[in-house]
Design a protein around this ligand. Structure first.
Ligand code: PMP
Length: 362
């Protein structure tokens, strides 16, 4: 990748050390069934969409946005059971994560995160020169908290984990927090609304806990770019210091209004997450019948291994049929596919295609 660019005389030598994140494919043109980036298959809340027709919006857009997103933070606080000063908002949780890495993890000791996890974590470590150490998951892809006891700059893990979908119970999160009382333990809850217990309830008891969330998955707003962190005020202040030094963008006015309305629509969230969970259960059962090993998932995707055929070949055959899933050419998961949960119709098309592919001779 980009070998010739590395000799570009204008580039700082530090660019050679960066390992850019490779996102899941976003196809243009051809209509594909997209089950590769864990987007929500349902449209966002109507209540949220209605903010776009608000007669006050043109005036709000004429002006610069509220740099502190005061109303949005208050809404998030109410719905998450915390105080407004315990909320930090960012343009997608990726931006929140970037600020968290910069604010808390640049230390002498290594940052700890699981060896199979969200692939942006090592990218940020590279960018900010953070050493990291990645304890292996157990054979069933669960986290063994005992592996996280050594000296550390902090700990970060998604819960449920990505791309495995496995959840770490809150008692185990508490053990992590107790192992590192003087370091931040960041719990990335991108997928928490699809079945797990949130660590947000622990914030008042643990000054070292940072919970990071996004509206990209359960709120069906990946295109809006809105994420947030919850933690005690001293951690939120640390994030703000970094954000203000980077002069990173405030949340735009549309995202502030639409996001607040989306977070307020709890009935919509319950209903659409419920549908995704039901579909996940049904898809997992059918994948078992099709001789897949299916990792138990609490997220809006499943990690599954076809026993009868190589995962990469199945990925390619699905692509030919217009269905995109995610294949990771990485140790331990190179025989698995990560399949996002779509609508029932999309999943029926996937399961039908898999039946054909697995039945084909040779
Ligand atoms: N954390 C995890 C574990 C994710 O899978 C993702 C989505 N790829 C994100 C954070 C980032 O989501 P966003 O920037 O859309 O909020």
């Amino acid at each position: 990748r980009g070998g010739s660019d590395l000799t570009n005389p204008f580039w700082s030598p530090a660019l050679a050390d960066l390992q850019p994140y490779v996102p899941g494919e976003q196809p243009r043109g051809r209509k594909l069934i997209k089950l590769n980036t864990n987007e929500n298959p349902y449209p966002p809340s109507q209540h949220a969409m209605a903010t776009l027709a608000d007669p006050a919006l043109p005036e709000a857009l004429r002006r610069y946005p509220d740099p502190e997103s005061v109303d949005l933070c208050a809404t998030i606080a109410t719905h998450c059971g915390v105080q407004p000063e315990q909320v930090f908002v960012g343009n997608g949780s990726d931006e929140v994560l970037a600020h968290a890495f910069y604010s808390f993890f640049r230390r002498e000791e290594p940052l700890l995160f699981p060896d199979i996890t969200y692939s942006f974590y090592p990218v940020y470590c590279n960018l900010y020169g953070i050493e990291y150490c990645t304890p292996a998951l157990r054979d069933d892809f669960t986290v063994d908290v005992d592996d996280y006891a050594g000296p550390a700059a902090g700990v970060i893990l998604p819960n449920p984990n990505a791309p495995t979908g496995r959840i770490l119970p809150l008692e185990e999160i508490e053990r992590l927090l107790q192992l590192h009382p003087a370091r931040v333990v960041a719990v990335d809850e991108a997928y928490i609304d699809f079945g797990g217990d949130s660590a947000a309830t622990l914030i008042d008891r643990y000054p070292n806990l940072l919970v990071i969330r996004t509206l990209s998955k359960s709120h069906a707003l990946a295109g809006l770019r809105l994420g947030y962190a919850l933690g005690q005020a001293h951690l939120i202040e640390g994030l703000q210091r970094t954000k203000n030094s980077f002069n990173s963008y405030p949340i735009d006015s549309v995202a502030q209004h639409l996001g607040a309305a989306a977070i307020s629509d709890e009935a919509w969230l319950q209903e659409s997450s419920g549908k995704v969970i039901d579909t996940r259960t049904r898809v997992a059962e059918t994948l078992h019948e099709l001789d897949f090993e299916v990792v138990p998932s609490m997220a809006n995707f499943v990690l599954a291994r076809p026993r009868g055929m190589g995962a990469e070949a199945v990925y390619g055959a699905l692509r030919e049929k217009g269905i995109l899933v995610r294949y990771f050419n990485k140790p331990r998961i190179s025989e698995y596919l990560r399949i996002s949960i779509g609508t029932d119709e999309e999943m029926d098309a996937l399961l039908g295609a898999l039946r054909e592919i697995l039945a084909a001779p040779g």
